[in-house]
Design a protein around this ligand. Structure first.
Ligand code: G6P
Length: 460
């Protein structure tokens, strides 16, 4: 790692969230999601202040007490936060950037959406910017690192208040070319906000290129920040240790005891972008078209419940459950069912499943990167095959050792699963070893260094 630097990291979800145990004592819980996992490594090597939203009730109490070492929790107005997170950031920006709408019926932006934009998204972004400015005044010369779609407007607010600040923004999700579905004023604000940074980073060249194009389309030619791409990864040492931990071994023994000859695994949040329903439809088609697999292969689906205050997510979870019931009804034999669906937040269980899969099924509609496609191959012990959507950012890196799929083509996915299950052992081993070596050599430290180098080159 290069020299120690003073950094201000800004993201909606912070590295920890607080709660209370049964006895009423304050407990700390690690924040979830790939972003937080990846950024945690920064703290060991640099002088980091991390600004995030107070999300739980207990977070708000911690915020009122002035935060905790290196973490500033911003306690937003609850109504503003609800509009920002539950109306704009997730069902609107997330859906737009992952192309999740069928435009014949959604979206429609009524008065509530416009109010959530002004009184929620804009307001929360301003509150973040105020916290950043206060922090910059405490630690002058720090580099500010914004993260993700919750914070598109904050950089422009900070730039207006502190014109000389060094600002970088990393977008962890896909960037589409066409933003015309958003009202003009919103799409202009999103782009102007991002262009107020000195550096804007994406996981892949595809998203970076789209950003430059949409900026030209929406704002016309003009000065641009440095736009770069660096694929995020995992902390290999931390992940190895987790894979060897007793909690994981215990789950692994449980999975090994019930698994049939061949095991397909998927690990995701219950999010429409993850394409879980089409995945079950593809598995159903596999069993229909290739009866030789019936009884010999099962699918273990481990899904982390996500964003459950948002109706689209609740409806999607119901759809998932119906799709699974259908496959199990059609192809269950005796006591055994082809799909084992477990909806729970249980990371050690996911890591145990990673170790056991013959096929890892990762078929998102779109995904900025997708860390599952790196975590699984790193710890798998069965020469497992990766079936990967061509719309996952990770496909650019890992595609040559995976079996690629179009996420909308259900028949194509069924046949890809068949091909993966049928691959000769030698070929499985060759691909699995190449994937493992790639992830080992390209760990999260390399991603961080790439971003820091972008900033360093600016001042050089
Ligand atoms: C994705 C986003 C992150 C987000 C995570 C979990 O990985 O890029 O910004 O934190 O999902 O979603 P949540 O809404 O629970 O924070």
């Amino acid at each position: 790692m290069a020299e120690r630097r003073s950094l201000i990291v800004v993201s909606n979800r912070g590295p920890v969230s607080y709660g209370r145990d049964a006895a009423g004592a304050r407990v700390e819980r690690r924040g979830g999601g790939g972003l937080v996992t990846a950024l945690r490594g920064l703290v060991a090597h640099h002088d980091v202040t991390w600004i995030a939203s107070a999300i739980s009730e207990e977070d708000r109490l911690v915020a009122a007490d002035g935060g905790s070492d290196g973490v500033v929790l911003v306690a937003h107005d609850p109504v503003a936060y609800d509009g920002y997170y539950n109306t704009i950031a997730n069902p609107l920006l997330w859906f737009a950037q992952h192309s999740l709408w069928g435009l014949g019926s959604a979206p429609s932006f009524g008065a509530a959406s416009h109010e959530a934009w002004e009184e929620g998204y804009v307001r929360v972004n301003r509150a973040f910017a105020d916290a950043v400015v206060a922090c910059l005044d405490d630690k002058p010369g720090s580099t500010v690192f914004f993260h993700d779609y919750h914070l598109y407007l904050a950089p422009a607010f900070v730039r207006a208040a502190r014109p000389d600040a060094t600002l970088a923004h990393f977008v962890h999700i896909p960037w589409p070319v066409d933003w015309t579905v958003l009202p003009l004023e919103w799409r202009v604000a999103v782009h102007q906000g991002l262009l107020a940074n000195d550096v804007v980073g994406f996981h892949t060249e595809r998203w970076a290129r789209n950003f430059l194009r949409s900026s030209d389309d929406i704002l016309g030619p003009g000065p641009r920040p440095r736009v770069s791409h660096h694929a995020i990864s995992i902390d290999v040492a931390e992940f190895d240790a987790l894979a060897a931990s007793p909690a994981v071994s215990e789950h692994e023994a449980g999975i090994a005891a019930v698994r049939p000859e061949l095991l397909i695994v998927r690990v995701d949040r219950t999010d429409p972008a993850k394409n879980v329903v089409r995945g079950f439809q593809a598995f159903e088609l596999l069993l229909e078209r290739h009866p030789e697999w019936r009884g010999r292969v099962s699918m273990l689906a481990l899904l982390d419940p996500s964003r459950e205050a948002i109706p689209e997510y609740v409806a999607y979870r119901d759809e998932i459950e119906r799709a699974v019931a259908r496959v199990n009804e059609r192809f269950g034999q005796g006591g055994s069912q082809p799909v084992d669906l477990r909806i729970a937040d249980d990371f050690p269980q996911s890591v145990a499943a990673y170790k056991q899969y013959d096929v890892l099924f990762v078929n998102p509609v779109f995904d900025g990167l997708n860390l599952v496609s790196k975590e699984g191959p790193l710890v798998n012990r069965c020469n497992g095959v990766l079936v990967l959507s061509e719309n996952a950012g990770a496909y650019a890196e890992l595609g040559e050792w995976a079996i690629g799929v179009n996420p909308f083509d259900i028949l194509g996915q069924a046949e890809a699963l068949h091909a993966a299950l049928s691959l000769p052992l030698e070929e499985r081993r060759r691909r699995a070893e190449a994937l493992r070596a790639h992830v080992r050599e390209n760990d999260v430290g390399r991603w961080l260094q790439g971003l820091l180098d972008d900033v360093a080159e600016l001042s050089a």
